[in-house]
Design a protein around this ligand. Structure first.
Ligand SMILES: [Zn+2]
Length: 103
């Protein structure tokens, strides 16, 4: 749902509004910067898990948003609930994922 001034769109009730890069009458076609990885994407190509929004670039990749969220939910519930990991972003969490795999 976009804001009345057409500058932001809300995709998750637990996350801040997302600035619109390019508006479109069809909400699915609105271009935003993915709040997790920063890549430009269409709203219709975003995915959500536990209120965290990702896109086709960062969601399904190994160590991406899905993997990271599921891992933290099981092994670091506080980080999962707090959502601090999400603010660190995709690259930081992917790096941590790789480091954990080495152990
Ligand atoms: Zn993304």
């Amino acid at each position: 749902m976009r804001t009345g001034d057409g500058k932001y769109i809300a995709l998750s009730i637990t996350q801040p509004l997302i600035p619109i890069v390019r508006n479109d009458p069809n909400e699915m076609m609105i271009i935003i910067k993915c709040p997790y990885c920063g890549q430009e994407t269409k709203v219709g190509l975003t995915y959500m898990i536990s209120g965290f929004v990702g896109c086709e670039n960062c969601y399904f990749e190994e160590g991406g948003l899905f993997d990271t969220t599921m891992y933290l939910k099981t092994f670091d519930y506080l980080s999962y609930v707090d959502g601090g990991f999400y603010k660190e972003g995709y690259l930081a969490n992917k790096k941590k994922w790789k480091e954990r795999k080495k152990k």
